[in-house]
Structures are given as C-alpha cells and as structure tokens.
Design a protein around this ligand. Structure first.
Ligand SMILES: Nc1ncnc2c1ncn2[C@@H]1O[C@H](COP(=O)(O)OP(=O)(O)O)[C@@H](O)[C@H]1O
Ligand SMILES: [Mg+2]
Length: 152
C-alpha cells in the first residue's frame, strides 16, 4: 500500500530488549494496521510515515507518525467517535467508514493501554499507543523465597 502510494514507510526501534505485550494477536494487528493505513491514506504521495517503538517505565510506546494533512485541533477528540470523519469532502477519496479509530481505541482499552494523538494541520499527525508490557514475576516477594539470595 505504501509503495502504491509512493510513501516511504520506515520503522525505528528504540529499545535494546524485546518487549512482550500480552493480548489478542489479531486485535493488536488490527490496531496497528488501522493506524498505519490511516497514516498512509492521509499523507500525500512522496512523503513519509514512520513507526517507532520505545518504552516508558511500564509501557511499550508505539508511535505512528505521518507527514500528512493533519487534523484540526477542535476535532482531535471527535475522530475516535464511531463514524466520525473530519470534513467528509476531504476524506471522501479514501472511502473510509469512520470506524477505524473507534475500533483502535476499543482494542487499546481492552489491553489496558492508551491511545493519544498530536497533530498539526498541513504538517502531520502522530498517534501514540501505550500498552503495558509483561513484568517478570517478583519472585523476591514470595514467602518461600524470603532470604533466598538467588532472586533479587
Ligand atoms: N493520520 C491521519 N491524518 C489525518 N487525518 C486522520 C488520520 N487518521 C484519521 N484521520 C481523520 O480521522 C477520521 C476518522 O478516522 P477513522 O476512524 O480511521 O475513519 P476513516 O479512515 O474510515 O475515515 C478520518 O476520516 C480522518 O479525517
Ligand atoms: Mg481509517
């Protein structure tokens, strides 16, 4: 799709270790494909879309950044509503239903995460997904492990 639209799609991994997020694989695939498809659809030919993976204390942080048409500030909260499309004329050529972000939001919430957007009209948008990653069980807290030097 990116090639057909002449858009450079790249990724940037900013973590040194793999992050494991527990969840429904199909739904998580759908979440990111909805965001990436939007980024490509709402970015003019010749520009770029970047997907970044980073982390904060307890979350995997995935950002889908585009350099596209952007979203007017007053509509930034409404775009997550079912069937909401910014200025239907503007979006008509993509033939979307206005459901993609509502679905993305529902998937993120089902995984105890968050979905936020920042955007500048004419410059581009960044959608940020935060998903809690698996933390190793704290063996040191278990009763039988008290005083066990093997676990820290
Ligand atoms: N990356 C983006 N850049 C600019 N506008 C966007 C972007 N993603 C979503 N939008 C706006 O938000 C609206 C809702 O998105 P979505 O729920 O995926 O519906 P659809 O893409 O089917 O219209 C879109 O119609 C579009 O106006
Ligand atoms: Mg969409």
């Amino acid at each position: 799709m990116a090639i057909a639209s002449n858009i450079t799609l790249t990724s940037s991994i900013r973590v040194s270790n793999p992050l494991n997020v527990t969840g429904n694989q199909d739904q998580l695939y759908r979440l990111f494909s909805n965001l990436i498809v939007n980024a490509i659809q709402y970015t003019p030919s010749g520009r770029k879309v970047t997907v970044c993976l980073g982390r904060s204390d307890h979350y995997a942080v995935i950002q889908v950044q585009d350099t596209g048409i952007g979203i007017p500030q007053p509509e930034l909260t409404q775009i997550f509503d079912r069937f909401y499309r910014v200025n239907s004329d503007r979006s008509r050529s993509t033939g979307g239903s206005g459901l993609g972000l509502a679905i993305a939001q529902a998937i993120v919430q089902a995984h105890y995460g968050s979905l936020d957007v920042q955007s500048e009209l004419g410059k581009g948008s960044t959608f940020t997904v935060k998903l809690p990653f698996d933390i190793r069980p704290n063996w040191g807290m278990a009763k039988e492990d008290k005083g066990n030097k093997g676990y820290k």
